[in-house]
Design a protein around this ligand. Structure first.
Ligand code: AMP
Length: 185
């Protein structure tokens, strides 16, 4: 299975900016806008993902609002697959299916259109899930549950960055393979 070398990972890591104390004290925010701003780095990353997933058996790429869209939509187009957005509440105009999940304080929710995979030729539809970063894993776990709820098979959950020390992937790997381009230990 295609993964990056240590040098390639270091190259991409070097393009991501750490912003300390954002959005609140104690958080080191991984700012991917600096990577997107660098056409070589962004191209390198997208080509890597395209190479990894080109021959995989899935019809859809689905991604989580909003930074997941940057990678998911581009990848879907590169691989000639369809794209399905998973969005925050009250953004999708048609009938939705939703999944609630816990935050540090309170709850949040994600939604998907009920007919998002109705063009699928396979049953169950197969999808690749992608997001920019996995921290506590709450968002990604909710996305995986949402897909399960509508009988969609997630062939892999892919993240650009995995904050491994938060162990956010531990629950997800019980049901779904996880690939992280970069890992922070
Ligand atoms: P979580 O549900 O805790 O895994 O949080 C994942 C979502 O929050 C991702 O969609 C990220 O975009 C965002 N996020 C959480 N922590 C960070 C961080 N340290 N740097 C950048 N984005 C983050």
């Amino acid at each position: 299975m295609l993964e990056l070398t240590r040098d390639e990972k270091e190259y991409l890591f070097g393009k991501i900016r750490d912003v300390h104390d954002f959005p609140k004290p104690g958080i080191v925010f991984k700012d991917i806008t600096t990577l997107l701003n660098d056409r070589e780095a962004y191209g390198f990353l997208m080509n890597h993902l395209a190479q990894r997933y080109r021959d995989w058996d899935f019809e859809f790429v689905t991604a989580i609002e909003s930074r997941g869209f940057i990678f998911g939509a581009a990848l879907a187009a590169m691989l000639n697959r369809a794209f399905v957005p998973i969005r925050k509440p009250k953004k999708l105009p048609y009938t939705t299916v939703s999944e609630k999940y816990s935050l540090e304080y309170g709850v949040d929710e994600i939604e998907i259109h009920i007919d998002a995979f109705s063009t699928a030729k396979q049953n169950p539809p197969k999808v690749l899930l992608i997001d920019d970063l996995i921290a506590t894993g709450g968002t990604a776990k909710a996305a995986v549950s949402l897909l399960q709820k509508i009988n969609v098979e997630c062939v892999e959950a892919c993240f650009l960055v995995n904050l491994k020390f938060l162990k956010g992937d531990e629950e997800i790997v019980k049901t779904t393979p996880v690939y992280s381009v970069l890992e922070v230990f």
